[in-house]
Design a protein around this ligand. Structure first.
Ligand SMILES: [Zn+2]
Ligand SMILES: [Zn+2]
Length: 151
């Protein structure tokens, strides 16, 4: 066994480690297919499963959409990737988990999505007026706007 930190936080270092290292750190078996999916996510954030499949398909022609769905579920459950659900989006988007509680800004015209840093310091970064007796872990904020190209 390696001494790599197995916690999901290990994924915060995703930018500097390769896909097999990320998989091993999360306790997942390293496969060519999983590595290919992770490589696409390392290159671009906020990718829908359909697009992930399209891009992985260029390297692994036989891979089925259902396989990509399975991989995305596995790596999300393992904390390597996270699901980004945006209001009005027809499908969920995925990105590497960075453990930084970042938020998103979305163009209401073309749908482009970008990361924005945590609004105030660290998670949850926004506190509700009334917490209904829940201990608040995080706030997920989507800013909606119009990008310069669409303006
Ligand atoms: Zn736009
Ligand atoms: Zn993001």
């Amino acid at each position: 066994m390696t001494s790599i930190d197995p916690s999901p936080r290990a994924a915060a270092r995703a930018e500097v480690v390769d896909a097999p290292t990320m998989l091993r750190a999360a306790g997942l078996r390293v496969t060519t297919q999983r590595s290919a999916v992770l490589d696409v996510l390392r290159q671009s954030a906020h990718v829908a499963v359909d697009e992930l499949h399209e891009r992985v398909h260029e390297q692994i022609p036989g891979i089925a959409l259902q396989t990509v769905h399975g991989i995305v579920n596995d790596i999300t459950a393992a904390g390597i990737a996270q699901r980004v659900s945006l209001p009005g989006a027809s499908s969920s988007l995925y990105e590497l988990a960075r453990g930084d509680n970042h938020h998103h800004v979305q163009c209401v015209v073309c749908g482009r999505v970008e990361d924005v840093d945590c609004v105030v310091g660290e998670a949850p970064c926004l506190a509700p007026n009334h917490n209904h007796d829940m201990r608040i872990l995080e706030a997920s904020v989507t800013f909606r706007g119009i990008c310069a190209d669409c303006e």
